[in-house]
Design a protein around this ligand. Sequence first.
Ligand SMILES: [Zn+2]
Length: 413
Amino acid sequence: MVTIDADRFKKTFRSYSKIGRTDADGLHRLTLTETDRKVRDLFVEDLESLGLDIRIDEIGNIFGRRGGTNPDADPVLIGSHLDSQPYGGRFDGQLGVLSALETLRSFEDAGVEHRRPIEIVNWTNEEGSRFKPALMGSGTFIGEFDGTDTLERTDSDGVTVAEALKRIGYHGEEPCEPREPYDSYLELHIEQGPKLEEAGRSVGAVEGVFGMAWLEATIHGDADHAGPSPMHSRRDALVAASDVVGAVRRLSNRVADDVVTTVGEFEISPGSINVVPAEARLTIDVRSYDDAVVAELVERVEREVEAACKREDVTYDLEEIWRIPHTEFSPRVSRAVLDAAEAVGADHQAMVSGAGHDATYLNEITDTAMIFVPSVDGKTHNEAEYTEWEDAVAGARTFAEATKRLAARPDDS
Ligand SMILES: [Zn+2]
């Protein structure tokens, strides 16, 4: 069994966390900024001192390769992302990249040989807060987004991804695509929810990701003066929209367990203290691991919008803007995680994820799974985001052991 150096892991985590650190001990490290350049430089330096074969692609994804005893075997890919949300936390993404780094360092220390090459990766722009869409580096890599189109995306100042990459010196030569088939992809990430903490476990072997649908409703009523217009004659778009918000909230416990429903955007116009609202626009996000449940939720939302608008005698447009089915990760790779957790003595369980990650895209081209570690109070995308250090270490130990097992897989199985 391979052992990681917990002190070195913690020290490394601290030094990376200084780059873009906020006053409240969070992390503000938006993709392709000067701060991102600094952390990338440190990462590349660390890969160089391990003697890895480094390459950077046209979207700025950074890869470092450690050779295997069979150099022609399909490699195992491990990593996550070093960018953060605005005033986000230190653990989201970064903990996964540094677990992968610590894994390779401990292999080097112990002289661990593995049949398959292992590649570590830092994906560009996972967060999607400066440039849209999120999961840009991994999504382009697997062919979900077109490379040229990705490079032309702009931030709110009109700077393109290509310009931002050139400014920080990370516009690589290589096309953003796999050069060869991969054996597998493994990513450690914080859970960003409360389940592991509630169960008192350090490690989750993630077997899949919720499917989801996004809807946008626009409700049209009539603007009226808040004084002279009597109640019975009103067609108030906000009253109908508020009914929809309450109904969406209640749907979650009516349809099935483990369903989440959210109204995340809400605007009314004209938005004046003495005017009856003429129009309301809101978005609805529904998720479940069961695609049939997502379909049922969408239908129920449609019925609720229709009923609320009928009661208030207003009209509406309802559009489904996005739907993705649930993701099932590779049983072989999640099995490797469970076995590794057992071997290193980490309290563990199988689980599914409510949120998408780079791993969701990688799953489309190779056998993939994830390791979750607990988030204290489930907090994330927030400076208060925290993971107890012993859980981070248990996760990294599991990660190193699982990586070793994956990289030992014979060529012909
Ligand atoms: Zn993340």
